[in-house]
Design a protein around this ligand. Structure first.
Ligand SMILES: *Cc1c(COP(=O)(O)O)cnc(C)c1O
Length: 810
């Protein structure tokens, strides 16, 4: 906890207005949606994504009384009880406060950077050394300019060592991260082509990353990243296959699902059994081993701990539960920072009225009076109906809870009583450390799955949304298209995230899709693209707003409303400016307007049209023509109606390619899910990843054939893997016979023979795989779509509903 005026000397501020200079704070807030106890927060009006100044009123409403802002013209008079500090750059000020906080600690701080593997190395190290140290790790992948600052803020005097992840995407960023973290030990995991966009060359990227190590004593790195520049970095401790490496890899071989490594360190040879077979995991184990050696661990301790490593499920997953529950599964690690993130995610869920938390004890850390009250304070302000605690050491916490709670001494005790707890119709957050194995609870609560799953990354959805948002002028609204089961990605799970991220409208194709969203607690206005007369009743019941595209549907809707004496029901007028699908043509609009003006039953909420080739350079003049016709028709509509309406015409590609036509709102579709058919400079992330597993592997001689009609003719003795996905799951039959390819352990393999209904076969002759290995089905959606003459839209929406959707947020 800090007193406001004591931090002033540590930030570069230009002026201040501090009527309550002795106010205290312990939370750095920047997102009003996440504020639970306002009066304990110092709010930063960040401007990187959305202008934070616009949310000051809301923050004030929630009790925040101290603000750091940059807008010198901001009118503070409506906030008489608040403190204001003006700075040139609010993010910079937040970083300065984090640095000030970090400077209170003289513990070893391990700074981790690299292109791949940062989060895994961090989490594994935490697992490997937690028995000896009260070890802090930055939560999830909080490694950005903001994430690092927030990570450091959570350091407390009880921690004995800290692992902080640092990620950079362009030149210049690392200096600031270094200034904040001031690591005493450095780790570089790898330097690869990932995130290359912001750099001219790998060397430049390496140099940028190395800025993190400006004043460390030791840097642990693979010698391959340094190659000829190694001598530039004398404080390096390296691992690799060279004699000169401090930790030398003499050899390795596979034994079932393990890899045995023969190693040499300081004149001592030893071997390690690693419970993984893929190269990335081996690399990460090498890094972790060398760090442990550097910290002085004995090889037999290292051996034992490495053997106990498990694959990472650091993901916070949202799954469909039995008994109408939703399960948020975050059972991999537990500490205050990641608990906070999981609770925020829980608060976002609207699909059940009742929210419950199952929480295990934290690992390692001793509970002190202050950490007990910190946890209790955090829990008491959450929208929770019940808390179920696991672990006797949480007794002290239970005594401080105001929410109804239960305590079980162990996971086994909880499992014994699970039936009696009556967990139905709720959203359940399972949050626990690895040792507590809450995944055993999760397994009982979650609906059984078919082995093929579509993983939906909700964080990627948020990222894509903010990428498109950054293309819009202030005040332009976003209508998010969630038709066709959100392009195959889910319904309320996606809509909850969009609602939380304050899009303005949602759009579905049919009334029943909209009804499902309403039943799941979505309150945003929802437009329906293809309403018809039989569904008007439900439309009203669920407060859905129709697209009106013809005189017939207009008249039908108006008379339906008249019978019920309803007034000013919002409708959306669709104009046909050249797409020639649905909508009023120029010569039909007058009659529509006459009907609307004569009927107080409806009110035009928005007027819109659809571009036929928004992303196409070749169709540019056609698009310009559509836009011109739209403006002409809109002008006529507004003057006849006598009021202004919200206007919109751009879909995803229109947003990027026709900024002149954003008007009042844009309709974001496929781009939100990570695809944009026209090239653009945005950094989109795939939201969906379709995954399956290998059911069987067989060795066949070159005289054999594979699959129906003997179409899979082998050219050589081959190893063939059967995977559990077929055309009934949405794996198009045209992808058979080598047209499609999937990725296993990072390697691409072609299909063999015809695709079957529930399965297909892959040629895995050239790679090291085992039954049960995970298979990525669409490694490159756009390219695969093109190879069979279709578009990602069709592949995405074609993924069958029997493929379970698993949502995660990391
Ligand atoms: C589907 C749809 C969109 C979104 O298109 P994307 O290309 O996916 O962005 C926009 N407007 C209308 C009317 C649509 O039907």
């Amino acid at each position: 906890m800090y007193i406001l005026d004591t931090i002033l000397p540590h930030i570069s501020y230009s002026k201040s207005s501090l009527p309550f200079a002795k106010a205290t704070f312990s939370v750095l807030a920047y997102d009003t949606r996440k504020i639970r106890v306002g009066d304990d927060s110092l709010f930063f009006a960040l401007v990187q994504q959305r202008d934070g100044h616009r949310f000051i009123a809301e923050a004030y409403e929630k009790g925040v009384r101290s603000f750091v802002i940059s807008d010198t013209a901001f009118d503070i008079s409506p906030y008489p009880e608040a403190n204001f500090i003006w700075v040139a750059d609010t993010l910079r000020a937040l970083q300065q406060i984090a640095t000030f906080h970090r400077n209170h600690f003289s513990i070893p701080i391990i700074g981790i950077t690299g292109s791949n593997g940062k989060t895994i190395v961090k989490t594994w190290l935490h697992q490997l050394i937690s028995e000896e140290y009260n070890c802090y790790q930055s939560p999830k992948s909080y490694n950005s300019q903001l994430g690092v600052a927030l990570s450091l803020w959570n350091l407390t005097s009880e921690h004995q060592i800290a692992l902080i992840e640092a990620g950079v995407s362009k030149v210049g960023e690392m200096d600031i991260l270094e200034e904040m973290i001031q690591p005493t030990i450095g780790i570089c995991t790898s330097i690869g082509p990932a995130h290359q966009e912001g750099f001219d060359s790998i060397t430049q990227k390496l140099e940028e990353k190395w800025k993190l190590f400006k004043s460390v004593k030791t840097v642990v790195a693979p010698s391959t990243v340094l190659e000829d520049v190694l001598n530039k970095y004398p404080n390096c401790t390296t691992w690799g296959r060279d004699r000169t490496d401090d930790l030398q890899l003499l050899g390795q071989h596979r034994d079932k699902n393990n890899t045995i490594l023969e190693l040499f360190y300081k004149e001592q040879a030893f071997s390690l059994t690693v419970p993984f077979i893929d190269k990335a995991s081996i690399d990460n184990v090498m890094t972790c081993t060398l760090v442990m050696l550097t910290l002085g661990y004995a090889t037999d301790v290292i051996k034992l701990r490495i053997l106990g490593l498990r694959p990472l499920e650091m993901r916070l997953q949202l799954k469909k539960g039995k008994h109408n529950n939703s399960i948020i599964d975050d059972t991999y690690s537990n500490d205050l920072a990641s608990l906070q993130i999981a609770l925020d995610f829980l608060a976002q869920q609207n699909q059940g009225e009742v929210r419950k938390l199952i929480l295990s004890d934290f690992e390692g850390e001793e509970w002190t009076k202050s950490s007990v009250s910190k946890l209790a304070d955090l829990l008491n302000v959450q929208p929770l109906n019940q808390i179920i605690l696991v672990g006797n050491r949480l007794k002290g916490v239970k005594a401080h809870l105001t929410v109804p709670s239960l305590l079980f001494e162990s996971t086994d005790a909880l499992l014994d009583s699970l039936q009696q707890l009556n967990l139905t119709d709720s959203v359940l957050l399972l949050k626990g450390g690895r040792k507590f194995e809450l995944e055993r609870v999760s397994r009982l609560l979650v609906e059984k799955s078919h082995d093929t799953i579509l993983e939906i990354n909700l964080k990627a959805l948020e990222n894509n949304l903010s990428q498109y948002r950054s293309c819009l002028k202030n005040g332009v609204r976003i209508m998010a298209m969630v038709k066709a089961f959100s392009y195959g990605s889910g319904s309320f799970e996606i809509a909850n995230v969009l609602q939380f991220n304050k899009v303005d409208y949602l759009t579905v194709a049919f009334v029943d899709e909209g009804a499902e969203l309403r039943r799941a607690g979505i309150t945003l206005p929802i437009m329906v693209l293809s309403p018809h007369e039989g569904t008007f009743e439900d439309m009203l019941l669920y407060r859905l707003e129709p697209e009106i595209y013809s005189l017939r549907i207009l008249k039908a809707f108006v008379s339906f409303l008249e019978e019920r004496k309803i007034e000013a029901y919002p409708i959306h007028l669709k104009l046909d400016t050249g797409m020639h699908r649905l909508g009023f043509m120029t010569d039909e609009i007058q009659e529509a307007l006459t009907t609307i003006c004569a009927n107080p039953t409806v009110r035009v909420a928005t007027v819109f049209s659809h571009l036929a080739g928004a992303g196409s350079e070749a169709l540019k003049s056609f698009t310009t023509g559509q836009i011109g016709l739209f403006e002409y028709m809109v002008a006529k509509i507004e003057s006849t109606l006598g009021y202004t309406v919200i206007k919109h015409i751009c879909n995803t590609s229109g947003i990027v390619h026709h900024p002149e036509a954003h008007y009042d709102m844009v309709r974001l579709g496929i781009g939100a899910y990570g695809f944009d058919m026209a090239p653009n400079g945005l950094q989109l992330e795939d939201v969906g990843r379709l995954k399956t597993t290998i059911t069987q592997i067989k060795q066949l001689s070159k005289t054999e054939t594979v699959g129906y009609d003997r179409k899979g003719v082998l050219q050589r003795d081959s190893r063939i893997a059967t995977v559990k996905i077929g055309y009934a799951d949405g794996y198009d039959r045209r992808l058979g016979n080598g047209v499609g390819n999937m990725v296993i352990n990072g390697r691409s393999v072609p299909t063999v023979g015809n695709i079957c209904m529930d399965m297909c076969m892959l040629d895995v002759t050239d790679i090291d795989v085992a039954e049960g290995d995970e298979v990525l089905v669409f490694p490159n959606m756009s390219e695969i779509a093109r190879s069979i003459g279709t578009i990602p839209y069709e592949l995405l929406t074609g993924i069958s509903s029997r493929v379970k959707r698993v949502y995660f947020y990391e």
